[in-house]
Design a protein around this ligand. Structure first.
Ligand SMILES: [Zn+2]
Length: 249
């Protein structure tokens, strides 16, 4: 029986981590850094202890205790998850796009676990790393995906399908399990530069049994002024910030 577990992304912005288990095989969709709604203990003036950051995050709830996912090299006996559990050979991680709330914990993943992202997303992450802005813990050995590519994870398959978002290499995933099909949008928009990608994603996942998406602004009171879906030109002329400069989520 396949199961879906949410290890983040509920009641918060981003922090997505969706674990799909089918038999002995696991697919983790996104592995975002947790962005706390209250005090953030990992921002200045607090000084992060890089060699202990994972353990510190696990201890204060700044990272979820994902079993069998983190590299024991970052942990010591007595730390949360300091003893290896789970079978990393049966786990694969698929990142939807290179925003920190979807990829920020990937640097602490066990090296035996394959970590996948679209090739354009990997290019961006490589460029960030080359400029001293790599992921905490160090970037994993990325496995590059092309649009439409299907990866087998035991009896499951995971397909990379491009979507439009405000960062290169954004994609969603279609996960086929023995019990049903799950579609995950990642962060998706229909008002940006390439809405046809998002429209094609919708068509590609039509008929899925489960849809997982992020509804960051669904419950917010709409801001006053012109609709935020106005074109960049209209936004600029009205004095509002254009979409492409708004904070990514
Ligand atoms: Zn995003």
């Amino acid at each position: 029986m396949a199961s879906i577990e949410f290890w983040g992304g509920l009641g918060v912005i981003g922090s997505s981590k969706i674990m799909i288990t089918d038999g002995d095989d696991r697919v983790l969709l996104d592995i975002g850094l947790d962005i706390p709604s209250g005090a953030n203990l990992f921002r200045a003036p607090v000084r992060i202890r890089p060699e202990r950051e994972l353990a510190d995050r696990l201890r204060v709830g700044g990272a979820p205790a994902l079993p069998g996912v983190y590299d024991p090299a970052f942990l010591r006996p007595g730390d949360p998850l300091g003893d290896p559990v789970g079978d990393p050979a049966a786990t694969r991680i698929f990142v939807s796009h290179p925003h920190i709330d979807h990829v920020g914990l990937a640097g602490w993943v066990r090296p035996e676990i394959g970590v996948y992202a679209h090739t354009d997303a990997v290019d961006l992450l490589d460029a960030l790393r080359a400029n001293g802005l790599g992921l905490p813990g160090g970037d994993p050995a990325w496995r590059r995906l092309s649009a439409g590519e299907v990866v087998e994870v035991g009896a499951m398959t995971v397909q990379c399908i491009l979507v439009d978002h405000d960062v290169p290499g954004a994609c969603g995933y279609l996960v086929r399990t023995g019990d049903g099909v799950l579609a995950y949008t990642g962060d998706i928009r229909f008002h940006g530069r390439r809405p046809e990608l998002s429209e094609a994603f919708v068509e590609a996942v039509r008929g899925a049994d489960v849809l997982v998406t992020e509804g960051t602004t669904l419950s917010f009171t709409p801001p006053e002024g012109p609709p935020r879906t106005a074109s960049t030109k209209a936004s600029l002329s009205s004095g509002r910030r254009p979409w492409k400069r708004m904070s990514p989520v």
